[in-house]
Design a protein around this ligand. Structure first.
Ligand SMILES: Nc1ncnc2c1ncn2[C@@H]1O[C@H](COP(=O)(O)OP(=O)(O)O)[C@@H](O)[C@H]1O
Ligand SMILES: [Mg+2]
Length: 529
């Protein structure tokens, strides 16, 4: 029976198929280079590990290495690991040594006795990149692998290439040129969002390789696959609502799904950010320039979906600069363009981590800044639905500089300019936000803490509590005061003939999120997930 790639991996049929085909070719005739790209936690290591297991079962010699995120790792570190793996197989090592001594000994830091020209022979750090010795080393490593591949297929797996040293990348490029004619397959993984940034030190070395490689880019798991992963991790099946929530918040990133499912298994809420997830997101943010993080923070205040014009209006500095920073965030795969100036966070967990890190005062000030920006521009009012505006006004609290509820604040000028339809929606939504009984809670699709807002509340039709015990009434009968003490807000276009029901803009906020706020700090570089 044909062995299958990783029984334990969920989904990934297409990428696993591409890897299987590459392994098949390497076993039969010739190799090549396969690069598996994607964000941290998306499943790169899991996928290539499964492919390596299968290759092993098919008789290939698998030599694995992981690049290390530290300046203290010696030069050529991934290749040192590959050669150490080779040395563990006595027969293969004998073949390799025959063709590649003494350079291999230098790479492994063994005493060569005669030296390698420089005379010291003490280790790979002595091999200055770009000189004769470096070339001799590239040749020795490649020759060793090719020699062994004539005996049996060789699969070299280099994990986390985004952390490789430049010399190792040059050696990879050199070795890759020989794989097409031999049973030698190199599989590498890297974080595309990091390396595709022109500022990344490996950008000029890794990007040209992608042109020669079969590249597999991993994206989030589907909803059904997320369900399977939750069930497996938590030991019980999530219901449809919980599954949708986890899928939406994690964007199908398996690492985030697993962490969230573990939290759920331990009795926690899936709407809480698991500590491991927060750290992973913070590590990703710490890789970015401060200005990009600031743009993302303002975007996080705007919500999961936002418009670039609204974002730019809430930021100091020229629009073109904000656009550039936003592009950088897109390259980092933290937000995605949706067309027509609209953007969305890749997963809510990123947005929530940024939002939760804001101190309360700062958060209120930022919400107030959104309302003011929209207030100043009629054009922006078209980019932000009244429901969102009402949410920002509510979350701004006293930072807006007008009395907080129960005094009802008027809708912003832009909403007033938008005419009755906009104004009515403002009133209706503001009423929901301000009423203790109808304000959307943490459940359903409304949340004061997660910043998301839809125009339709998930719960039943809202009601507000009656001033008289034992009775309740609909919001349509509550007085509104923003238009002045003499003119109650009806929420409808005034009509001489039809008496419209009144809608409330009033209500008092109670409770609120008590989630602890952890300021975002740049963390030291840490091991891969
Ligand atoms: N397809 C998958 N099926 C099940 N679990 C997965 C899958 N992909 C990843 N995982 C799990 O998600 C976590 C992160 O995966 P990993 O391969 O380490 O991501 P990456 O290497 O991209 O950072 C691991 O614990 C792994 O078990
Ligand atoms: Mg990994």
């Amino acid at each position: 029976m044909e062995p299958r790639i990783g029984e334990r991996i969920i989904g990934r049929d297409h990428p696993a198929g591409l890897l299987r085909a590459a392994v098949d070719r390497a076993v039969a005739s010739h190799g090549g280079l396969v690069l598996v790209a994607g964000e941290p936690g998306i499943g790169k290591t899991t996928l290539v590990t499964a492919a390596a297991d299968e290759a092993r079962q098919r008789g290939a010699l698998v030599l694995g290495a992981a690049c290390w995120d530290s300046d203290s790792a010696p030069g050529y570190w991934p290749w040192v690991q590959v050669m150490r793996g080779l040395r563990r197989s006595a027969d293969d090592w004998a073949l390799a040594r025959e063709s590649s001594e003494p350079a291999l000994r230098v790479l492994l830091g063994e005493d060569t006795g005669a030296g390698t020209g420089s005379g010291s022979g003490s280790g790979p750090a002595d091999l200055a990149d770009g000189d004769h010795e470096a070339f001799a080393l590239y040749d020795a490593v490649t020759t060793a692998l090719v020699s062994v591949s004539q005996r049996r297929p060789v699969i070299v797996v280099l994990d986390d290439l985004h952390w490789a040293d430049p010399a190792s990348m040059r050696l990879l490029r050199f070795a890759t040129q020989h794989t097409w004619f031999e049973r030698l397959l190199v599989i590498g993984t890297y974080r595309d969002a990091e390396v595709e940034s022109a500022e990344h030190r490996l950008h000029p070395l890794l990007m040209p390789l992608t042109a020669k490689a079969t590249t597999v880019t991993l994206t989030g798991l589907s909803r059904a696959e997320v369900g399977a992963l939750i069930s497996r991790t938590a030991g019980r099946e999530p219901d449809a609502e919980l599954l949708s929530e986890v899928h939406r918040r994690t964007g199908g990133n398996p690492f985030f799904v697993e962490q969230t499912a573990r939290l759920w298994r331990a009795g926690g809420q899936v709407t809480t950010i698991a500590p491991g997830v927060r750290q992973a997101v913070q590590r990703r943010l710490a890789e970015l320039p401060d200005a990009v993080v600031e743009v993302l923070t303002v975007a996080a205040v705007l919500g999961r979906d936002f418009h670039r014009q609204v974002l730019a209006a809430c930021m100091p500095g020229p629009v073109a600069q904000v656009d550039r920073l936003l592009d950088r965030a897109v390259t980092a795969r933290l937000v995605a363009a949706r067309g027509e100036g609209r953007f969305t966070f890749a997963h809510d967990l990123v947005r929530e981590t940024l939002y939760d890190a804001l101190p309360d005062d700062d958060r209120r000030a930022r919400h107030a800044a959104v309302v003011r920006a929209v207030d100043l521009s009629g054009a922006l009012a078209e980019r932000l639905i009244p429901a969102d505006l009402a949410r920002h006004a509510w979350l701004a609290g006293g930072a807006l500089g007008r009395p907080a509820p129960p005094a009802c604040s008027p809708p912003p000028a832009a909403t007033r300019r938008g005419g009755w339809p906009r104004r009515r929606r403002w009133c209706t939504t503001a009423a929901r936000w301000r009423s203790p009984t109808t304000r959307p809670s943490g459940s359903g699709r409304w949340s004061t803490s997660d910043g998301t807002c839809t125009t339709t509340p998930a719960g039943p039709r809202p009601t507000v509590s009656s001033p008289r015990p034992g009775r309740s009434r609909s919001p349509s009968t509550t007085r509104c005061c923003w238009r002045g003490s003499r003119t109650p807000c009806t929420g409808r276009r005034p009509s001489r003939t039809v008496r419209a029901p009144r809608r409330s803009c009033c209500g008092r906020r109670t409770g609120g999120s008590s989630a602890s706020r952890t300021p975002l700090r740049r963390s030291p570089r840490s091991p891969p997930t």
